[in-house]
Design a protein around this ligand. Structure first.
Ligand SMILES: NC(=O)c1ccc[n+]([C@@H]2O[C@H](COP(=O)([O-])OP(=O)(O)OC[C@H]3O[C@@H](n4cnc5c(N)ncnc54)[C@H](O)[C@@H]3O)[C@@H](O)[C@H]2O)c1
Length: 338
């Protein structure tokens, strides 16, 4: 039985803890929770019936978990990931860290390097692509039904209207690890980006962005992302086009459609009414189950799906886009801190 702890008991930490509690058949057991805010730690401990802590190091020493979820937030929704991730890795845990890996690329690199040095599995919660529909598009691609890649058009939009954000770049940094990861999932490494952005009325952040992308393999792409759309799902769309076919992935898990180049008959995968994904929560369930299964069967750190390294690469692309927004020029991703 794998013992799991969760560090950071805000909304998302509670989601992780709830998923682990539901995964009993996968030989995993929630063993403890921690938050530096007493009310949050205590409420989560009582809710899940596990010991609660105010200090991560103390919890790691006492409970000796096999897996640790790091679901802290902080400046730009990610500065607090660094310390508990390092603490958990050094305590011998395999770590699943929330996205963005870290707002500071140098620290993110240290997180990845530490996991490598200690031989621990380190993953980032890139949950948007952990869905049956995304896997089907990936399978079509692997079977050659899309063919030589031409373009990827990606869009991700939600509504976030807090009175203030930490920086002008909050939306770009906090939202887009998901969208960039999906583009990289289907298109591979990104070479260059060129970003334009706008501030919606009343906003002091770049709240809607348009990013042109050149992939290393020569394909092109585009990402539209926004914090300005006031409604729930659908919130995402990805179009992957090649010389043999074009696939469209709607709202992460709802539908995947393949339009073959040589036929007027399209293939459609629709989320099943019974036994399919109910809502966004199920992307967490799928992603966390995958990580637990990979760890349980002794998966190698370099084979982890949605790894720390992939999370870091997605953030590197975003930092390049921010540099492009500042300078007005296209920016090569490899120029971002290595
Ligand atoms: N994957 C997704 O779809 C998704 C969706 C929303 C948010 N997120 C990410 O989830 C993370 C958490 O989001 P949230 O809304 O729950 O944030 P939050 O700020 O409400 O909660 C984070 C908690 O971590 C605690 N914390 C900070 N440092 C700590 C430490 N060293 N030890 C113990 N506790 C500590 C804070 O006290 C706080 O209670 C963020 O990184 C965010 O980007 C992911």
């Amino acid at each position: 039985m794998l013992k799991v702890c969760v560090i950071g008991m805000g909304n998302i930490g509670n989601v992780h803890a709830s998923v682990y509690s539901e995964l009993k058949d996968k030989n995993v057991k929630l063993a403890g929770v921690c938050d530096i805010i007493r009310e949050r730690a205590e409420a989560a401990g009582k809710k899940f019936g596990v010991p609660w802590y105010l200090d991560a190091r103390e919890m790691l020493e006492e409970l000796k978990p096999d897996i640790c979820s790091v679901t802290t937030g902080g400046f730009e929704y990610s500065s607090d990931h660094y310390l508990p991730t390092i603490q958990a890795l050094e305590a011998g845990c395999h770590v699943l860290c929330e996205k963005p890996i870290c707002n500071d690329l140098e620290k993110a690199q240290i997180m990845v390097d530490t996991a490598k040095r200690l031989g621990r599995c380190f993953a980032v919660n890139l949950n948007h692509r952990f869905t049956p529909a995304a896997r089907i598009v990936k399978q079509w691609q692997a079977e050659g039904l899309i063919g030589h890649l031409l373009f990827i058009n990606m869009a991700l939009w939600i509504g976030r209207f807090e009175p203030s954000f930490d920086t002008e770049y909050y939306h770009l940094k906090a939202l887009n690890p998901h969208s960039v990861d999906i583009m990289r999932y289907f298109g591979g490494d990104i070479d260059t980006v060129h970003c334009f952005a706008t501030k919606a009325p009343g906003r002091d952040i770049w709240s809607t962005a348009s990013i042109n992308v050149k992939f290393k393999n020569g394909a092109v792409g585009h990402l539209t992302s926004s914090y300005d759309i006031k409604r729930g799902h659908p919130m995402e769309r990805c179009e992957v086009a090649g010389v043999k076919g074009r696939a469209v992935l709607e709202d992460m898990w709802r539908e995947a459609v393949l339009y073959p180049a040589d036929s007027l008959v399209k293939k459609v995968f629709t989320n099943p009414t019974f036994g399919g994904f109910r809502d966004f929560y199920d992307t967490f369930k799928d992603r966390i189950s995958c990580f637990v299964e990979q760890v349980a069967r002794g998966g190698r750190p370099e084979d982890i799906d949605g790894s720390g390294e992939q999370g870091l690469e997605a953030s590197r692309v975003i930092h390049a886009a921010i540099e492009s927004l500042k300078t007005g020029m296209p920016v090569k991703v490899e120029t971002m801190v290595k």
